[in-house]
Write a protein that binds this ligand. Structure first.
Ligand SMILES: Nc1ncnc2c1ncn2[C@@H]1O[C@H](COP(=O)(O)OP(=O)(O)OP(=O)(O)O)[C@@H](O)[C@H]1O
Ligand SMILES: [Mg+2]
Length: 431
């Protein structure tokens, strides 16, 4: 099995998320490289043009922030993924995807003559995209990788395979019968798996960390911080710092109203002169977390009646899932679509992954604030759904990338890409 040994050096993972692109070779170990999945169409200043810079170019990667000058520049930033997918005709979006991919591969491709990589012909790349991605996304990603090879003076990609994100999670946890719930910034994929994805039972919800951001933004506005509420990055930081998942929202809110000091939070960014203290309003911390799991809780009615938007509905071939359906109800809906005999295997384990399930549960608030698996178990029990094991993928934000690495290492080289089953390798450069 000589090829497996080589693959351990050559496997490369790419996870295209709505907020972050996670990437890198197997040699990075447990943690991928990552930066925001976005680009900036930059027109150089007159000074730069005089010095010979091209008219407009796309800036991507960790240094992008250096090109932003004022808050108005933020609107020139483009995030290609919408709820985990890109439409076929979004040329701006595809340009950015191509550039971030070029950046990622170039960063890790060995220099010619590197003794660790004798005869390097490119990486064996596994790219992960949302499970509900249309065929056009598969085709375009293949095309982009082919072009990147052609446009480079050294090989970058020897072969490419594409895998749905929830399947990558199951692989990273070495499970073939389970339900994976992958919740990132833009979407939440409820995916029963039995040796492969049960596509007829999968539900891709248009809900993710960005909805929790919306709730956090609303709270900031209500607290009188209109300016801060306009800065997306700060809203996200505020959400991650103060948001809490309640075990039971009513109980948590009434306890926090009774003893607000215990639930107090201070959010500060000294370099921006920001300091927000939540004490009297500390009960609102629980609204941010609850919203991810159950946006139809009556507590949110007053927000909707003031014009706050519900998460988007999900249209499916067999009906529409309302945007505010609770996660437990959606899990039930998904299980109902699995054949009864399969259900027993599938429900043996539920795996949570994605950044949107990475919430901290401060031990001093135990019983009120909990982590995502505890919340899901509690909500499933209320719905009388029996799932013996609910677990969190280790390092949930990176599990898709880790699954990519595993898949790219062990998928046999002779399996050719089949566009119907969407399995196998697109071989760009022969051995
Ligand atoms: N500790 C945390 N507490 C709460 N939310 C968090 C935490 N860490 C990350 N997040 C949220 O997780 C989201 C990013 O997760 P992830 O990287 O899995 O998404 P993505 O892959 O970019 O998007 P998607 O998979 O939906 O296309 C953001 O909304 C971020 O605020
Ligand atoms: Mg993701």
């Amino acid at each position: 099995m000589e090829w497996i040994e080589r693959r351990k050096l050559l496997a490369f993972g790419e996870d295209y998320g709505t907020s972050y692109f996670k990437f890198g070779p197997a040699t990075l170990g447990n943690k991928p490289d990552m930066f925001e999945n976005r680009g900036y169409f930059y027109t150089p200043t007159r000074v730069e043009q005089a010095l010979g810079a091209p008219a407009t170019r796309v800036i991507v990667g960790p240094d992008l922030a250096q090109y932003l000058q004022s808050t108005s520049d933020l609107s020139k930033l483009y995030y290609p993924m919408r709820h985990g997918t890109i439409s076929k005709d979004d040329e701006k979006g595809w340009t950015i995807v191509k550039e971030i991919t070029r950046y990622a591969l170039n960063k890790y491709a060995p220099k010619p003559g590197d003794p660790q990589y004798p005869g390097f012909k490119g990486f064996w790349v596994a790219a992960a995209i949302a499970a509900n991605s249309p065929n056009s996304m598969y085709e375009r990603l293949i095309e982009i990788h082919r072009e990147l090879n052609e446009e480079s003076d050294r090989p970058l990609v020897q072969a490419l395979t594409i895998i749905p994100q929830p399947l990558a999670v199951a692989i990273s946890q070495k499970q073939i019968h389970c339900i994976v719930i992958e919740s990132g910034h833009g979407n939440t994929q409820i995916t029963p798996i039995s040796r492969g994805i049960i596509y007829g039972a999968m539900i891709p919800l248009n809900r993710g960390g960005q909805d929790a951001d919306n709730m956090a933004r609303q709270l900031l506005r209500d607290l009188g911080y209109q300016d801060i509420a306009r800065e997306e990055k700060i809203v996200t930081e505020f959400k991650e710092a103060v948001g809490l998942i309640p075990l039971d929202l009513n109980r948590a809110v009434s306890e926090a109203k009774r003893d607000p000091r215990r639930f107090k939070a201070v959010f500060q960014i000294p370099e921006a002169g920001i300091r927000i203290e939540l004490e009297k309003e500390s009960w609102q911390r629980f609204l941010i977390g609850e919203y991810v799991f159950n946006p139809s809780h009556p507590e949110f009615e007053s927000y909707y009646s003031r014009g706050f938007h519900r998460p988007l509905d999900t249209p499916l071939p067999w009906g529409t899932i309302p945007g505010d359906a609770s996660l437990a109800q959606v899990i039930r809906e998904s299980l109902n679509k699995c054949a009864i005999e399969v259900r027993r295997y599938v429900t043996s384990m539920l795996i949570l992954s994605g950044g949107n399930f990475s919430w901290r549960a401060p031990p001093e608030l135990s019983g009120y604030a909990v982590d995502a698996p505890t919340k899901i178990k509690y909500e499933l029990k209320k719905e009388n759904i029996d799932v013996p094991r609910v677990m969190m993928a280790s390092d949930p934000q990176y599990s898709v990338w880790r699954g990519c690495i595993f898949y790219a290492t062990f998928l046999k080289p002779e399996i050719e890409w089949d566009s119907k089953s969407r399995e196998g390798w697109v071989l760009f450069i022969r051995e």
